[in-house]
Design a protein around this ligand. Structure first.
Ligand SMILES: C[S@@+](CC[C@H](N)C(=O)[O-])C[C@H]1O[C@@H](n2cnc3c(N)ncnc32)[C@H](O)[C@@H]1O
Length: 303
């Protein structure tokens, strides 16, 4: 999990927001969310673990009329146990709620509902069966992810989609255990896999998988493979240089006060300051030897 940390200047494009949200996942989020909108699926959006807002900014862009977006993060608050505290200190030590909110507001007119605290409180903040899309990306420790999946089952509506981050990264075995355990024992049905994320549902995955396969077979920038495992169809996707979907620029694009924060120009573009041409040796000598009044008279005569 290596976050892309750009300079702390105000974001103009989504990629300026530091975080962990690769182009293929940006494309898959967009495809699933736009598909739901096309099919008239309504419901709220929920993200557990926002960091500086990279995936939240994209999610907020897909809010439809009368839908709500809730996010939950510890931000600078304390974690509920030692292991989670160590995880947060190591990976997100400098995170603040304010930094998240500033990034979010650069792209949107208002904030989502922000719940500051451990993700275990989310079922007291969001009503059961109200969500159509939920991104689980908070603590990557087993007990927490187990609880977040339990919450997803309670909060998602009938055709809701849940996305689990880092379900197979080397450093997050707890997410793998929780994810596959939910698939094998708790009725979770995989929709597809990207390098970082597992997309899944408690509904029948087949109709969505058929549409997804049709979209993926049309693209030459995504590697596709399909396997069966324990009665589940696993659609595996991998980026072959896929570009993120188009996304609107932030309000800072045309803000002149941002100019000072734009990174310095590359050295070859910086004009060399103009310096007076060096004086010849004879002229330097004359200036040194002649009385100042004579030197000034000569300069005036030269014009
Ligand atoms: C991997 S980052 C989220 C990345 C983000 N979704 C993105 O697109 O860049 C994980 C976030 O989860 C938060 N977090 C860690 N443990 C948490 C917990 N128990 N409850 C809520 N949030 C937690 C961290 O503060 C951090 O901001």
């Amino acid at each position: 999990m290596t976050a892309v940390h750009h300079t702390a200047r105000r974001p103009v494009v989504l990629d300026d927001v530091p975080g962990w949200f690769p182009p293929l996942d940006q494309l898959l989020f967009t495809w699933f969310l736009e598909g739901q909108a096309r099919q008239g699926v309504h419901g709220d959006l929920l993200e557990l673990g926002v960091y500086l807002g990279k995936s939240a900014v994209l999610l907020g862009h897909h809010l439809q009329d009368s839908e709500k977006f809730t996010v939950c993060d510890l931000f600078e608050g304390d974690a509920p146990d030692d292991a989670n505290r160590a995880e947060a200190t190591k990976s997100y030590g400098s995170l603040t709620r304010r930094a998240f909110e500033e990034n979010y507001l650069a792209f949107h007119d208002g904030l989502p509902k922000v719940v500051q605290g451990p993700s275990s409180v989310i079922t007291t903040e969001v009503a059961p069966r109200t969500c159509r899309f939920m991104h689980i990306d908070a603590s990557h420790l087993y007990e927490h992810v187990y609880g977040d999946i339990t919450a997803a089952r309670e909060l998602l509506g009938p055709s809701g989609i849940v996305v689990l981050d880092d379900f197979r990264s080397e450093h997050t075995p707890g997410v793998s255990v929780a994810a596959w355990e939910a698939v094998l024992n708790r009725g979770l049905r995989p929709l597809c896999l990207s390098t970082q994320k597992l997309y899944a549902t408690w509904a029948d995955p087949e109709p969505l998988q058929e549409e997804l396969l049709a979209m993926l077979r049309d693209r030459d920038d995504i590697t596709l493979s399909v396997q069966e495992a324990a009665g589940h169809r696993l659609i595996r996707t991998k980026s072959k240089g896929v570009r993120p979907p188009a996304f609107p620029h932030s309000r800072h694009q045309s803000d002149p006060t941002d100019q000072a924060e734009v990174p310095p120009r590359a050295p070859e573009q910086v004009p060399t300051p103009t310096r007076p041409a060096p004086r010849s040796r004879t002229r330097r000598l004359a200036a040194d030897l002649l009385p100042p009044v004579v030197t000034r008279a000569i300069r005036r005569a030269r014009g």
